[in-house]
Design a protein around this ligand. Structure first.
Ligand SMILES: *Cc1c(COP(=O)(O)O)cnc(C)c1O
Length: 332
């Protein structure tokens, strides 16, 4: 397997830091927590989608496309970063925004929504949950074609096999850093949404026999559905690389920290975002990394992770969304 066979654009100059979180570890009185700082990836305000876009945008350019089309929720980090990559490459970008929560799109909202405007999105189409998302995307591509342009459709979250290669690469990066620093991990904890991040990590870790269990914390779906989606994408990704797929028994995606639903706040998320900010000055987000950290904290309190163990939290980014959740996060 050679990842270098796949065309790739570079949006981050080097590895992201892998650093200890001593104050957070002390506050919890549990395992030694480390963070893989993928919130510090390149493109505007960073986050996990940057790694996937390195492969996806390279493919768009190889196909001679002039416009990136993608889809996400109104506060989508993925949409922000796709738009940022388009700007870097001299491409245009059009977005389909899905109101997974009815009425959640407000053109004047803060956070990522504001950044779509600042970064100069070419067009936005808003659809309601349950509407035919695919039809809206195809219409967008058709409109461009009618003008003699060529759109490149990136799936939600950049989560297809090509995008997941970004997290195959990240798993290799983690293995290299772990060896370099001389620390081994008892587990990796990561937010699990559209699956590209978690599935890519699974494939990358298994490809180098990096044996720390990878524990996903779901942000939207029930456990069984998420685990089946994860396995499917992991199988597709392994096939693209022509290597063996991870085993079904290696796929774990806990659903106890979804809270009331996708993007909806929970008390555990608020506690996790505050605690991480106040101990480590690291900004999580309300939709993904805050819920993933809530999961890690919950697992420590349950005694699943113990003192003497080492856990790596993959910080997938998302902090711009904080500014759209000030009401929930501000302490009165
Ligand atoms: C998209 C996203 C995730 C989830 O990653 P998937 O690859 O969609 O599972 C986690 N954290 C942040 C900040 C994200 O934007």
């Amino acid at each position: 397997m050679q990842l270098a066979r796949f065309p790739r654009r570079r949006y981050t100059p080097s590895f992201t830091p892998m650093e200890r979180a001593p104050n957070l570890s002390a506050a919890l009185g549990g395992p030694e927590i480390w963070m893989k700082r993928d919130d510090l990836l390149g493109l505007a305000a960073g986050g996990n989608k940057t790694r996937k876009l390195e492969f996806l945008v390279a493919d768009a350019l190889a196909q001679g496309c002039d416009t990136l089309i993608t889809v996400g929720a109104p506060q989508s980090n993925h949409c922000r970063l796709t738009l940022a990559a388009a700007n870097k490459e001299g491409l245009k970008c059009r977005l389909v925004l899905e109101q997974r929560v009815p009425g959640s799109y407000d053109p004047n909202a803060s956070g990522n929504n504001f950044l779509y405007n600042l970064l100069g999105v070419e067009a936005i189409t808003v659809v309601n949950a349950g509407d035919d998302l695919n039809a809206a995307i195809q219409k967008m591509a058709g409109d461009l074609e009618a003008q003699g342009r060529k759109g490149y459709i990136i799936p939600g979250g950049g989560s297809n096999a090509l995008g997941a290669l970004g997290y195959v690469a990240c798993a290799h990066e983690i293995a290299a850093q772990s060896f370099d620093v001389g620390v081994s991990f008892d587990a990796i904890v990561v937010a699990s949404g559209s699956c590209g991040t978690h599935s890519g990590l699974l494939v990358g870790a298994s490809s180098v026999n990096f044996d720390a269990p990878i524990i996903g914390v779901n942000v939207r779906r029930k456990r069984a559905e998420q685990e089946s989606n994860l396995l499917k994408l992991a199988v597709d990704t392994a096939k693209l690389l022509e290597i063996a797929a991870p085993k079904a028994s290696d796929v774990t995606a806990l659903d106890e920290w979804v809270g009331p639903g996708y993007s909806l706040p929970s008390d555990e998320m608020v506690e996790a975002v505050r605690m991480t900010a106040r101990t480590e000055s690291v900004l999580l987000d309300p939709v993904y990394s805050g819920k993933a950290m809530a999961g890690l904290i919950g697992l420590v309190r349950r005694g699943h992770f113990k003192r003497g163990q080492r856990v790596l939290f993959v910080h997938t980014g998302g902090s711009p969304a904080l500014y759209a959740y000030q009401d929930v996060l501000r302490q009165s």
